[in-house]
Design a protein around this ligand. Structure first.
Ligand code: GLY
Length: 305
């Protein structure tokens, strides 16, 4: 299955289940507390808190999107089998329309029936610092797949958000396929304020996120994201003589650079422009250093005696 088919199947699946398909927003969000759009829920933040009305704006409490996203927190991991700076995130969202049961059932049905994948195991929030364990999700998973393996983890693994200084957040259930985490189901029950204090939201909401490159890796039965039909064609353009890891960094950063520029970012010494400049510099230095290393290896006169 091509990545285009995966995208289409995802959108069709949720459209058939009453979701309004919302186009990706820009990589540059309205929210001044973040530099970039890092997840599908970013453009929907006001709908979780009641500041905006989904029925009025979308005619439905449920939406789905494929969101351009940019995360620089893992930049040093780029070049391994699964990390990226820029990626597309497939997500379904609900602002009081449905809750954990439907979210878990949709995810299970989409992965196992629509994409014919086998789930290795799932994880749920085990409770921490006065935030109760998510027993409800465990029960729902076990009702669908009685012998499913459920890992119970703490706040650093199974609690998501907020994006920026404050916002909706909550316990998560993550789904693992072929050893990779493919889908994060977030149950937005809380609002986290600037001081980190949690308060229950008036209406609980759903926010899910599934990176397209990782999903394509398991659907296409590849060993890493760079072998999928999303990234392999770009990888083939990188100079053949470069080391695999260097090529991967160049591929990831070049794609991120292209999307940042197309959303209006220009290189500069601050904020988004600084990130763009840094990515450009990393592409140039990786290429240059790798080539210099190769020269040293091949040109005997440059080698140390
Ligand atoms: N908003 C959920 C995620 O990014 O994983």
């Amino acid at each position: 299955m091509t990545h285009q088919e995966i995208r289409q199947r995802f959108l069709d699946f949720f459209k058939q289940r009453g979701h309004i398909i919302v186009p990706s927003s820009s990589l540059l969000p309205d929210d001044p507390s973040v530099l970039f759009t890092t997840a599908g829920m970013q453009q929907f933040k006001p709908y979780y808190t009641g500041q905006a009305d989904a029925m009025k704006d979308f005619g439905s409490l449920n939406t789905a999107s494929i969101q351009k996203s940019m995360r620089t927190s893992d930049i040093d991991e780029v070049g391994d089998d699964s990390h990226l700076t820029f990626f597309e995130m497939l997500g379904n969202f609900s602002f009081g329309g449905y809750w954990k049961k439907e979210t878990i059932e949709y995810a299970y049905e989409f992965l196992t029936k629509e994409l014919k994948l086998k789930i290795d195991y799932v994880s749920i929030f085990k409770g921490e610092n006065d935030i109760p364990a998510d027993e409800e999700s465990e029960k729902i998973w076990k009702k669908i797949v009685p012998d499913i393996k459920v890992k119970k983890l703490g706040r650093s693994d199974n609690f998501w958000g907020p994006t920026g200084n404050e916002g909706p957040c909550g316990p998560t259930s993550e789904i693992f396929v072929n050893g990779a985490e493919v889908w994060n189901l977030v149950f937005n029950q809380y609002y986290c304020d600037k001081d980190g204090k949690l308060e229950l939201l008036k209406t609980s909401g759903i926010d899910t996120g599934m990176g397209l490159d990782r999903l394509a890796t398991v659907v296409q039965n590849k060993k890493n994201i760079f072998e999928t039909d999303l990234l392999e064609p770009i990888l083939k353009l990188a100079p053949l003589e470069l080391e695999e890891k260097v090529k991967r960094v160049i591929v990831d950063h070049s794609r991120a650079i292209a999307f940042l520029i197309s959303d209006g970012v220009q290189p500069s010494n601050k904020e988004q422009g600084y990130v763009l400049r840094r990515l450009m510099r990393r592409v140039i230095t990786h290429n240059f250093i790798a080539k210099a290393d190769l020269t040293l290896t091949h040109d005997k006169s440059l080698r140390k005696p």
